[in-house]
Design a protein around this ligand. Structure first.
Ligand SMILES: Cc1cc2nc3c(=O)[nH]c(=O)nc-3n(C[C@H](O)[C@H](O)[C@H](O)COP(=O)(O)OP(=O)(O)OC[C@H]3O[C@@H](n4cnc5c(N)ncnc54)[C@H](O)[C@@H]3O)c2cc1C
Length: 464
C-alpha cells in the first residue's frame, strides 16, 4: 500500500509492514489522507494553517503514543504533537509528517480532599474547569475555554487567577510523558526533576505529555466582567487602567483590550476577575466601575465557569489568525498613542489588542525555579489579528507587522512563548530568556535527535 502525501512532494512511501502494524495495534484512530475523516482531522484552530500530514494518530493512551513515535522514527517522518490544536503558529500539524493527536485523551480525576486533579492531555480548558468546578475547585488556566490545556500549560498559562495562584505551570505537581525513545516517565520534584523543571514553561520540546497532575484551589463564585468604553475615550481609560492595575491586590487579575463591540463599534474594554470575598471585591472594583461613563458595566457576581467562557465569542471557529506580541513593563503615554492608532487602523473588526496583567503570585516565583523565566510584573500585549476571508490575509498581516514595529520601542525584554507566530524564529530564544541554555542541556538528555522539533524549538545542546 502506498499512501499519498499531499503537501509533501517526493516523500518516500511509508513502510507497508509498519503501516499494517500501526493500524492493527493502535487503540485509537489511525487516519491517512484517503480516509474520510482526514480533512476534518487535519484542521487546526488557525485556518491560515492548511497542512497535509502523512498520517494522524488519535491516541487513546501512552502505548498509542509510543507506537506513533516509533512509526515516525521507522519512516523518518517529522512529528507534530496536537493537544487542543490552538497554537496560532500551527505547531500542532505538519506537511508530510505524523501528527500525534491527543484529543481523545480527556480523562479527568479530581481528588477534592487532596485538592488535586489528574487531567488527560486532550482536554480543553472548559472541560477541565467543568470537572473541577463540580467540587468548587479550579487550577489557574487561560481566559478562553476553547483552548487546550496541554500547550497552554507547557508554555506557561496566564489567566484570571495568575495574581492569586500563579501561572498554570506553577500549579503542575507532576507529568506523565512519553519521551523520544518511547519511555514512559513520571516527572515530579522527586522523579526526573530536570524534566519536571523543563516542562513548566519549556513547551513541547521534551516528549509527549499524556497527563498533568494539577494543584487545585477553592474558587466558585467570583466578581468580575467587562467594563466597556468607546474607543474615543481609550487614552483616558488606558491611563486610568495602568494605575488601577498597578494597585491591584493578588485577588484581582485584569485585562484591557481594544476591539469592536457586537454592534460593530470600536471600543476599549477592561475585563476583570476578583477571586476573593465578594464584598472585598466590590470595594476593589469600585474605582473601575465609577471611572468615566462606561457604555456597559458588566461586572457582577458570577460563577467562575461563566467568567471562564466570557471571551470565547471573540474567537469563533474557522477564522484566520496572525499574532504578534511583546511585554509592556510600563504602559507609557507614548505606548498608549501607538495602541490607539493601531486600533483605529485595523483592517479587520475581528482583530483585538490585549494588555493582560501578569502580577502577584505569578511574579513571586524565581525566574530559574521553573523553565518559565519571565517573573517580573508586566502586561502581555498581543495583537490578535483575525479575519475570515483568506483573500484578506495580506492587509491584516501587514497591519500586525506595522503595529508590532511601532510598539517595539515600548516592549521590554522577553515575549510569551504561547503567543509566538510561526515566523518568529528569532524571538524563540527571547521567549525562554535566561533559561534557554539549561533547556538545551535537558533537551540533549531526553531528545538528542530533536525528534520533537515542530514547536518553539530548543535544539539539543552539543555534547561537551
Ligand atoms: C483563542 C485563544 C485564546 C488564548 N488565550 C490564552 C490565555 O488566556 N492565556 C494563555 O496563557 N494562553 C492563551 N492562548 C495561547 C495558548 O496558550 C496556546 O495557543 C496554546 O498553545 C494552546 O494549547 P493547545 O494544546 O490548544 O495547542 P496545540 O496547538 O495543540 O499545541 C501547542 C504546542 O504545544 C505542543 N503540545 C501540545 N500538546 C502537547 C503535549 N501533550 N505534549 C507535548 N507537547 C504538546 C505542540 O507541539 C505545540 O508546539 C490562547 C490561544 C488562543 C488561540
Amino acid at each position: 500500500m502506498v499512501h499519498s502525501q499531499r503537501g509533501q512532494m517526493n516523500a518516500a512511501p511509508l513502510d507497508t509492514s509498519a503501516v499494517a502494524y500501526l493500524r492493527n495495534s493502535a487503540r485509537g484512530d489511525v487516519i491517512f489522507p484517503e480516509d474520510i475523516e482526514y480533512d476534518e482531522a487535519r484542521r487546526v484552530f488557525n485556518h491560515m494553517i492548511d497542512r497535509f500530514p502523512a498520517v494522524i494518530v488519535r491516541c487513546t493512551d501512552s502505548d498509542d503514543v509510543a507506537r506513533a513515535i516509533d512509526f515516525a522514527y521507522v519512516n523518518e517522518l517529522p512529528v507534530a504533537i496536537r493537544g487542543g490544536g490552538h497554537s496560532v503558529a500551527g505547531h500542532s500539524t505538519c506537511d508530510g509528517g505524523l501528527v500525534i493527536d491527543l484529543s481523545l485523551m480527556k480523562s479527568v480525576t479530581v481528588d477534592p480532599d487532596d485538592r488535586t486533579a489528574i487531567a488527560g492531555a486532550g482536554l480543553t480548558l472548559g472541560e477541565l474547569d467543568r470537572a473541577t468546578q463540580q467540587h468548587g475547585l479550579a487550577t489557574p488556566l487561560g481566559i478562553a475555554s476553547i483552548t487546550g490545556i496541554a500547550g497552554l500549560t507547557l508554555g506557561g498559562g496566564v489567566g484570571w487567577l495568575n495574581g492569586k495562584h500563579g501561572l498554570t505551570c506553577d500549579n503542575v505537581l507532576s507529568f506523565e510523558i512519553v519521551t523520544a525513545d518511547g519511555r514512559k516517565l513520571h516527572a515530579s520534584p522527586d522523579e526526573n526533576a530536570d524534566l519536571y523543571w523543563a516542562l513548566r514553561g519549556g513547551g513541547g520540546n521534551f516528549g509527549v505529555v499524556t497527563s498533568f497532575e494539577y494543584r487545585l484551589h477553592r474558587v466558585k463564585r467570583v466578581l468580575g466582567g467587562m467594563v466597556v468604553h468607546p474607543l474615543d475615550r481609550a487614552r483616558d481609560v488606558l491611563r486610568f487602567y495602568r494605575e488601577f492595575a498597578a494597585a491591584s491586590p493578588d485577588e484581582l487579575s485584569t485585562l484591557a483590550s481594544l476591539g469592536t463591540s457586537p454592534d460593530g463599534d470600536p471600543i476599549v474594554v477592561v475585563s476583570s476577575c476578583y477571586s476573593g470575598p465578594i464584598e472585598d471585591g466590590e470595594l476593589v472594583l469600585k474605582p473601575l466601575r465609577k471611572f468615566g461613563s462606561p457604555l456597559l458595566d458588566g461586572i457582577g457576581e458570577k460563577e467562575y465557569l461563566e467568567l471562564q467562557g466570557m471571551k470565547d465569542a471573540g474567537f469563533p471557529h474557522g477564522n484566520q489568525h496572525y499574532w504578534k506580541s511583546g511585554f509592556l513593563y510600563e504602559i507609557s503615554d507614548e505606548a498608549i498613542e501607538v495602541l490607539i492608532d493601531s486600533a483605529r487602523s485595523r483592517p479587520s473588526t475581528l482583530t483585538g489588542i490585549g494588555l493582560q496583567h501578569v502580577h502577584g503570585a505569578a511574579t513571586r516565583v524565581a525566574p530559574e525555579a521553573t523553565a518559565f523565566a519571565h517573573r517580573a510584573e508586566y502586561f502581555d500585549c498581543p495583537a490578535l489579528t483575525q479575519w475570515r476571508d483568506p483573500s484578506e490575509a495580506e492587509p491584516n498581516i501587514q497591519w500586525a507587522r506595522e503595529h508590532w514595529n511601532a510598539m517595539k520601542p515600548h516592549f521590554g525584554q522577553g515575549v510569551y512563548l504561547n503567543n509566538l507566530g510561526e515566523e518568529e524564529v528569532e524571538q524563540v530564544q527571547a521567549a525562554y530568556g535566561a533559561n534557554y541554555q539549561r533547556l538545551a542541556e535537558i533537551k540533549s538528555r531526553y531528545d538528542p535527535e530533536n525528534i520533537f522539533r515542530l514547536n518553539q524549538n530548543v535544539p539539543p545542546a552539543p555534547a561537551r
